[in-house]
Every structure is written in structure tokens, then in C-alpha cells.
Design a protein around this ligand. Structure first.
Ligand code: MN
Length: 228
């Protein structure tokens, strides 16, 4: 058997401090997981169960760097997020065992064409055009939980051109990581190689070409992109 076209490359994330790499299968994202961000987007954070969307593994911009301003948008937003990576999968994973499935953590940006997402929301259409575009998922190297543990608290922050724009704490997540894994694994069969972007605190906003974004999660990593 031969492929009739060259096989697409396997997306991956480097494992920090090693020459090893983590192959990526799917990229799940949770929406509105910090109350103050849900409010800034015009929603009531107390009423909603968690909901999810996906980006494509080949949307990853590994390690940050140059982020090309995407086509068909004039309102591209940053969202700094803690990202987790699964080493084990399954269905209906109970909260109490969820963290056993986590390989490690990274810091990512859920870059969003907010204007296209807004149109999709208004029309009752899928969010893909707003969320799953080229380079829309800048992501740092992975840090194994065996080395850094499972962060439950810690500052999550983002600066645009040196000015602080997002400044939250992981303890503000509405749905905690074990709850997220339990809920998501009730909807999908999770598998080794899956990533989950865990949501963003308040302070999202639009980038311009030339902007430098620096962000991080204390205890995990930092990431920087330049909008080109
Ligand atoms: Mn997000």
C-alpha cells in the first residue's frame, strides 16, 4: 500500500527540556470557563454547562513567534489559556481519575477571528471560521505533570506591547480540569495525543500588525507572538 499523495505531517509539541516530542491528535477548547470573561462576552456564567469546540491540530503555531494576521477578518482577538495534553484516553472518565490521564501542560493562545465568530453566533452557525484557522493555536512546549504537578492555582496573564491586558488566576476556572475531562469524555472518546485549551480570563482584545503579545501561566510556561 502506498499513499497516493504525501502523508500530511504529524503535528506535535516539543517536551520542554528534552529532545522528545508529543504527537497531537485533536485540539479541544472549552468556551467561557472564567466568569469575568463570560460576563465581558455578554453571558451569565452561572447558568451554562461547559461547551466545547475544536481547532485543527495543524493550526498549532509551535513555540509562538510570527503570527500572520489572518485573512477575512478585521477583529482578531487574543485569549491566553492553560493547555493540557492527554497521555491516556477513554469515555466517561470519572473526575476522580481524570488527572491520571494528563501527560502535562503548556501555555497557548486561542486566537479568534471575533468578527467571524460573532456572525456565526448570530446566524446559529458553527464557530469553525472564527476559531480554526491557520496559526490560530500558538502553543508553548509541554511540561510533564511528573515534573510540574497539576496546576490548580497560579497567575494567568497576557501583555500586549508590554501593557498588562489579562490578569487572572487558574482558580477562577468555572469548570475545573477533572470536571472538564469528565464532561468532554462523555461527549467524545478521548485518546492519547488530545489537547484541551481550558479557557481564558477577562481582558481579551484585538491585535494589530506589529503587536507583540507575551503571556504565561505561573508554574507552567510563557509564550510570545509577533503579529505580522
Ligand atoms: Mn478560548
Amino acid at each position: 500500500m502506498a499513499f497516493v499523495i504525501p502523508a500530511p505531517p504529524q503535528p506535535d509539541l516539543p517536551v520542554a527540556g528534552t529532545d522528545d516530542s508529543f504527537p497531537v491528535r485533536r485540539v479541544y477548547c472549552v468556551g467561557r470557563n472564567y466568569a469575568d470573561h463570560a460576563r465581558e462576552m455578554g453571558h451569565d456564567p452561572d447558568r451554562e454547562p461547559p461547551f466545547f469546540f475544536q481547532k485543527c491540530p495543524d493550526n498549532l503555531l509551535v513555540g509562538g513567534g510570527d503570527f500572520p494576521y489572518p485573512v477575512k477578518s478585521g477583529d482578531v482577538h487574543w485569549e491566553i489559556e492553560l493547555v493540557l495534553a492527554l497521555s491516556r484516553g477513554g469515555q466517561n472518565i470519572p473526575q476522580g481519575r481524570a488527572l491520571d490521564h494528563v501527560y502535562g501542560y503548556a501555555v497557548g493562545l486561542d486566537m479568534t477571528r471575533r468578527d467571524l465568530q460573532g456572525e456565526a453566533k448570530k446566524m446559529g452557525r458553527p464557530w469553525d471560521v472564527g476559531k480554526a484557522f491557520e496559526h490560530s493555536a500558538p502553543c508553548s512546549a509541554l511540561h510533564p505533570a511528573a515534573r510540574i504537578g497539576h496546576p490548580e492555582t497560579g497567575r494567568i496573564w497576557l501583555e500586549r506591547n508590554g501593557a498588562l491586558r489579562q490578569d487572572g488566576d487558574l482558580n477562577q476556572m468555572i469548570w475545573k480540569i477533572p470536571e472538564m475531562i469528565e464532561y468532554l469524555s462523555g461527549l467524545f472518546t478521548l485518546a492519547p495525543g488530545d489537547l484541551i485549551f481550558t479557557g481564558t480570563p477577562a481582558g481579551v482584545g484585538a491585535v494589530q500588525r506589529g503587536d507583540v503579545l507575551n503571556g504565561g501561566v505561573d508554574g507552567a510556561d510563557e509564550i510570545s507572538i509577533t503579529v505580522v
